[in-house]
Design a protein around this ligand. Structure first.
Ligand SMILES: COc1ccc(C[C@@]2(O)NC(=S)NC2=O)c(OC)c1
Ligand SMILES: [Zn+2]
Length: 261
């Protein structure tokens, strides 16, 4: 999963500069979430989240964003319930952010943009043998999205921020152990959910999205550290890693369901 995102992330950057409609894309992501048009589903339960920090392995700059990768050979860091029929294993998490705080998130809410968005990527071991296969299987992936807004410092995120200078350039990677991603899940369990896609090529329509209603807060200094990374490898002309988000896509015939009455 981590390996094959690199060359296609270049395509994602291209796609952002001159967006080309995806032929026969009927469930593309991200989208704008119109709260008035979303449908309250009283059957939707809170997402069950159970992560084991000892599964945390590595921090990598893949040339499009930085991602934290997890051991996923067992059902030890998983999500279930909510809109999910099976249990999904955490594979990695990453962020999207802007060059300025008036842009950065991939999803928007009533056209409100956030300065950044966290994606926690999980795959379905019942339907797939590994995360690479999950990309090719309908609802093979479940991605939890969490908006970031500027405010007070996020103390538990600081451990990750402090490790970023070690992965400034593309393809850099360092050991990154004992981090609990649950610290980035907002206390309120409310979410929107809809069927969508990867937001980078190959843009496959394999994702059940769960977007948390409440943002988490990070400080301006913490977000500035995200922007200090580079898209480029050592020795190349440095290009700051910013604005790595895809524009919103047409909702088409989809319904966004919510836990919010
Ligand atoms: C070939 O497999 C891929 C390709 C790209 C991504 C990245 C992304 O498109 N997906 C999400 S989520 N955000 C993104 O930017 C990926 O992530 C699971 C898997
Ligand atoms: Zn993403």
């Amino acid at each position: 999963l981590a390996c094959c995102t690199q060359n296609i992330n270049k395509a994602k950057q291209q796609e952002r500069q001159n967006p080309v409609p995806v032929p026969s894309g009927v469930r593309q992501s991200p989208i704008d979430i119109s709260t008035d048009d979303s449908v309250y589903d009283p059957q939707l339960k809170p997402l069950k989240i159970s992560y084991d920090p000892s599964n945390c392995l590595l921090l990598r700059n893949n040339g499009y964003f930085f991602q934290v990768e997890f051991e996923d050979s067992k059902d030890s860091s998983v999500i279930s319930s909510g809109p999910l029929k099976n249990q999904y294993r955490l594979k990695q998490f990453h962020f999207h952010w802007g060059s300025k705080s008036d842009r950065g998130s991939e999803h928007t809410v009533n056209n409100q943009v956030y300065p950044a968005e966290l994606h926690l990527v999980h795959w379905n071991p019942v339907k797939c043998n590994n995360s690479g296969e999950a990309i090719l299987s309908e609802n093979g992936l479940a991605v939890v999205g969490v908006f970031l807004k500027l405010g007070k410092r996020h103390d538990s995120l600081q451990k990750l921020v402090d490790a970023l200078p070690a992965v400034k350039h593309k393809d850099a990677a360092v050991d990154f152990f004992n981090f609990d991603p649950a610290c980035m899940i907002p206390p309120c369990s409310d979410y929107w959910t809809y069927p969508g896609s990867l937001t980078a090529p190959p843009l496959t329509e394999c994702v059940t999205w769960v977007i948390m209603k409440d943002p988490i807060e990070v400080s301006p200094d913490q977000l500035a550290m995200f922007r200090s990374l580079f898209y480029t490898s050592v020795g190349e002309k440095q290009k700051n890693m910013v604005d790595n988000y895809r524009p919103v896509q047409p909702l088409m015939k989809r319904t966004v369901y919510s836990t919010i009455p």
